[in-house]
Design a protein around this ligand. Structure first.
Ligand code: IPM
Ligand code: MG
Length: 378
């Protein structure tokens, strides 16, 4: 079945434009190969939007994203906008986008490639068999709770953030986690801080309630401090990890160490009946921005997730994943992985393996067509 889609692209700041360009090249290649048609609209978010419009995300950009069939995002932020007293911050754009689209479930899969085990500081025997996915609640919790802000009282400043969850918010993220677990190793670890936080105690009881509706899945509760330790000492024990927004943010940076580099990890943010948002988990990496050396894999794998979750194109998603895997197996490495390849060079290698993957799966006739395509496109 051929698909026609409009994708809203928000490259953002720092290395965002470089990695989204790379991912679009891969998406163009795969859609062309399988006969799909994709058009792009481009919008500002983060620091570049603050420069142009004095806000980190305009209403027009948000509306364009909501109208699109999927959204691809690079990264936001940078030292230029890091003043803690600044009235607007690039990150506000990202939070407004997530909230505005209603993408409450952020999926962050972590499955280290055996060929990259020595890129991780962890011993290979700890990494063997690691295949986990963090389901991070994305539109509630500490990031969004009200009141939030700085208040001056009696000449003294007070700052407040609020950690609040409604049972419906917990239930829908739990349901997403359990559904995912049903298609995997059938194990959900719900991470909270129920020994201290009231919101975590509600989280825990709703996790237990939801588990009753999914009898084939085993539920474990784990405190977030324990989880942060176990992610390093026994990461292979995890299957689906479901957790609060801020806990999920912290644990996924930690989990990226298992994969050898932050640059490797993709994410998909999904909601009910809304457009999906796809972004790498890494930030804008201002130190290497503009140098053409960023690892594009996190964003390229995010595009694979887009094909899978927004367009139900499993075959195309796997083609990208297989091509990335082959590229790694063949020894191609960007700087973060100890190699010398630049962003575009790595992308070209991945695209050429995409062609091989297609050729292998669909026989000679297709391989010939691929040769023609390759001659024109690379
Ligand atoms: C992430 C990032 C963002 C977050 C920042 C940039 C606001 O760290 O996507 O993990 O905290 O959600
Ligand atoms: Mg983060």
């Amino acid at each position: 079945m051929n698909m026609e889609a409009t994708i809203a692209v928000l490259p953002g700041d720092g290395i965002g434009p470089e990695v989204t360009d790379a991912a679009i090249r891969v998406l163009d290649a795969v859609t062309q190969m399988y006969g799909h048609r994709v058009t792009y609209t481009r919008h500002l978010i983060g620091g570049c939007s603050i420069e142009a419009h004095t806000t980190a995300l305009t209403d027009e950009a948000l509306e364009a994203c909501a109208r699109a069939d999927a959204v691809l995002l690079g990264a936001v932020g940078g030292p230029k906008w890091d003043d803690p007293n600044a009235p607007v911050r690039p990150e506000q754009g990202l939070l407004a986008l997530r909230k505005g689209l209603g993408v409450f479930g952020n999926l962050r899969p972590v499955k280290p490639y055996p060929a990259l085990m020595n890129a991780s500081p962890l011993r290979p025997e700890l990494l063997r068999g690691v295949d986990l996915i963090v389901v991070r609640e994305l539109t509630g919790g500490l990031y969004f709770g009200q009141p939030k802000g700085r208040f001056v009282e009696g000449g003294k400043t007070r700052a407040v953030d609020t950690l609040e969850y409604h049972e419906d918010e917990i239930e829908r993220i739990m349901t997403l986690a359990f559904r995912l677990a049903e298609g995997r190793r059938k194990k959900v670890t719900s991470v909270d801080k129920a020994n201290v936080l009231e919101s975590s105690r509600l989280w825990r009881s709703i996790a237990t309630e939801t588990a009753k509706k999914h009898p084939e899945v085993t539920l474990h509760h784990m405190l977030v401090d324990t989880a942060s330790m176990r992610l390093i000492t026994s990461p292979a024990d995890f299957d689906v990890v479901v957790t609060e927004n801020m806990f999920g943010d912290i644990l996924t940076d930690e989990a990226s160490v298992l994969a050898g580099s932050m640059g490797m990890l993709p994410s998909a943010s999904l909601g009910a009946g809304t457009v999906g948002l796809y972004e790498p988990i890494h930030g804008s990496a201002p130190d290497i921005a503009g140098k053409g050396i960023a690892n594009p894999i996190g964003t390229i794998l995010s595009v694979a997730m887009m094909l899978r979750y927004s367009f139900q194109l499993e075959r195309e998603a796997r083609a990208i994943e297989t091509a990335v895997h082959r590229t790694i197996l063949d020894g191609c490495r960007t700087k973060d992985l100890g190699g010398r390849m630049g962003t575009q060079e790595m992308t070209t290698e991945i695209i050429s393996r995409l062609i091989m993957v297609r050729g292998i799966q669909y026989g000679d006739e297709v391989a010939v067509r691929m040769d023609e395509w390759r001659a024109g496109a690379l």
